[in-house]
Design a protein around this ligand. Structure first.
Ligand code: SF4
Length: 334
């Protein structure tokens, strides 16, 4: 679905047509141009040919989450997840790449290797799928998180373009403050986000406050030290004045020891800027690691909070459909 070719497709048409067509895609949320009641038959035919709205996907639903398994034009498969929050708001977790080259030890996506970057349109259709599904019941996509397959900063140009479309007041109109990018710690990406004029949130996949353990879990940590990462985070905090989230996936016997919570407190205190928050995530087992017990997670959180660090335990949804954090692998569920 090439939204970015619209001017070419509509060349020769009156200027106002672009806005009309745009609104059908992003506000009307139609999946067939025949439903665009105020367009001529000829234009609908042209659009059905040049900009077909059908998306090839299958839906797997669980209690409060749904996963879309999307087949792209070249046969590659990506996944996105819709999560219904307890307050009724809807969050879509989008992918930015087919696979991921960073190979984090605990992540299903990383295990499958890297195929290619997604185009901006391929990122946008992930949100369109769920926006269309929610519309008949009066629902909408409230939040977008780039926490699906891939490292968003390795595909920044297309991620940026998609964010501009999500944020467009004439379209989906999702506030920049409701859009979050999660990174393993690419310094040039954080720098680019600092320069990006929209107030998009930053989340850091931290998972350990030790360079040694981090580099065993996440190969990127061999080239980006925690000192460099924290320096970039501090700059983001000072310039953007937005809260930074530290994502911490709790793995039994790996990073859930009380001493590691103390280490994390020190790392955050040494940052010397804020506000920050730690999201403690239950690990969804996809390989050799085991999730920490609920007791260990609660104990870890208590130490952080008593140490003056804001921390929450984020409920894991979507595990049954392999749609929770670190589980998106581009494979169909059975
Ligand atoms: S955790 Fe993120 S960056 Fe690491 S391999 Fe998985 S998708 Fe890639």
């Amino acid at each position: 679905m090439d939204f970015f070719n619209l001017d070419k497709i509509l060349s020769g048409q009156p200027k106002y047509r672009r806005g009309q067509v745009w609104r059908w895609i992003f506000v009307g949320l139609i999946d067939d141009w025949d439903l665009a009641s105020d367009l001529s038959k000829e234009l609908k035919e042209l659009l059905n040919e040049k900009l077909p709205l059908k998306i090839d996907y299958q839906l797997v639903a669980d209690r409060r989450s749904s996963k879309a398994v999307i087949r792209l034009f070249d046969g590659e498969v990506i996944e996105s997840v819709l999560i219904e929050n307890k307050d009724g708001r809807h969050t879509v977790c989008v992918s930015s790449q087919v696979g991921c080259p960073l190979g984090c030890a605990f992540c299903a996506t990383g295990k499958g290797g890297f195929k290619r970057n997604l185009s901006a349109a391929e990122i946008i259709i992930q949100v369109l799928i769920f926006a269309r599904l929610l519309k008949p019941d009066g629902g909408r996509v409230d939040n977008i998180v780039f926490m699906g397959m891939g490292e968003p900063f390795l595909n920044w140009d297309n991620v940026k373009k998609s964010i501009e479309i999500f944020n467009d007041p004439q379209g989906l109109n999702i506030g920049a403050r409701s859009i979050s990018i999660s990174t393993c710690g690419l310094l040039e990406g954080i720098e680019a986000l600092i320069k990006f004029p929209l107030q998009v949130n930053l989340a850091i996949s931290l998972h350990s406050a030790s360079d040694d353990l981090r580099s065993r879990l996440m190969p990127i940590a061999n080239t980006v030290s925690l000192r460099e990462l924290m320096k970039a985070v501090k700059k983001y905090l000072l310039v953007k004045k937005r809260k930074v989230m530290f994502e911490y996936v709790m793995m039994e016997g790996i990073n859930d020891d009380p001493a590691q919570a103390v280490e994390l407190i020190e790392l955050i205190k040494n940052l010397g800027a804020g506000p920050v928050m730690v999201n403690l995530l239950t690990y969804n087992p996809t390989g050799k690691f085991k999730p920490s017990s609920p007791e260990s997670i609660k104990r870890f959180k208590k130490i952080l909070v008593e140490g003056g660090i804001e921390a929450i335990i984020r409920e894991s949804v979507g595990g049954k459909i392999l749609g929770a954090c670190g589980q998106l692998a581009g494979k169909k569920s059975n």
